[in-house]
Design a protein around this ligand. Sequence first.
Ligand SMILES: CC/C=C/CC(=O)SCCNC(=O)CCNC(=O)[C@H](O)C(C)(C)COP(=O)(O)OP(=O)(O)OC[C@H]1O[C@@H](n2cnc3c(N)ncnc32)[C@H](O)[C@@H]1OP(=O)(O)O
Length: 302
Amino acid sequence: MDEEIGRPRLVVQTNSIAETDKEMPGIRKNEKISYRTVGPFFIIQLVKPGNLNALEGEDYIYLGELLELADKDPHVYFTVLQSSGRFFSSGADFKGIAKAQGDSSIEYASETSKWLSNFVARNVYVTDAFIKHSKVLICCLNGPAIGMSAALVALCDIVYSMNDKVYLLYPFANLGLVTEGGTTVSLPLKFGVNTAYEHLMFNKPFKYDTLCESGFISKNFNMPSASSEEFNTTVLEELGRKVEGLYLPSCLGMKKLLQSNHIDSLNKINSMEVNESLKYWVDGEPLRRFSQLGSKQRKHRL
Ligand SMILES: CC/C=C/CC(=O)SCCNC(=O)CCNC(=O)[C@H](O)C(C)(C)COP(=O)(O)OP(=O)(O)OC[C@H]1O[C@@H](n2cnc3c(N)ncnc32)[C@H](O)[C@@H]1OP(=O)(O)O
């Protein structure tokens, strides 16, 4: 940030994979997720609109690693999540889940061992990265978000929407799963206990009206005919103006204090959720249902 004339100027520091590789040797490439820093903003973008930005286990791990990167960068104050195309993210990739099940190259001692590796460890890691993230997490919701991705959206501090078509769906009951990604705590917290029950038990999307009434969405940019790219650019420009003149360490200090309200219950539930879920994976019901989803025999009611 250039504050010579008292106004921060947004400077693109890096936005190519080659550049980031040079700076961050521990981080590998990921074709579905890009990242760059612009002034005080660390921007993570989902860039696989073809499958509605569905993410595999490794992609969720990558998200967690990027959050750690943003955490460590002293010039970063805000971590901004963006996406592309018509969905923010359609959640766990059913093809990835089928791959984990069919992979005969790894011999697991038991089904428990397999799902500890393919589900528990990954989920707990990325959820923890979001729960403890020290920078202000901003989500630019260009479209609907589902499942684990929607859980991560619910862990963000500020959410902007592109239009009134956005929704969040937590289809755990339809997929033979239980709440994950901290949603046991985050949804009652953000929507109220009874509203969370109604939507979780009956696999009902949180539509725009509920997202607004509850204050989950801080601002609707109301860009019904814009592309996600235009929305992302508009939000970033507005954020640039909003941070002008601010003492940004104050923002991090307040984030730490606000985070302290719920961090203990989120940490506790992260472990409880994955341990409860493990039984379901070992039993096999989620696999059966994900496979039906992949072959379009099963649909979510939207
Ligand atoms: C780690 C375990 C954690 C699990 C927690 C979860 O994340 S649970 C949530 C899992 N995700 C879902 O249940 C969503 C599945 N997708 C859908 O229900 C529908 O695609 C949709 C999101 C309601 C959108 O429907 P629409 O009719 O608008 O589009 P399509 O179905 O035609 O989808 C377009 C292409 O995108 C592919 N795709 C969509 N979602 C996923 C996904 N989750 N995994 C992989 N691929 C996905 C879809 O197959 C289409 O691709 P084509 O090649 O064009 O067929």
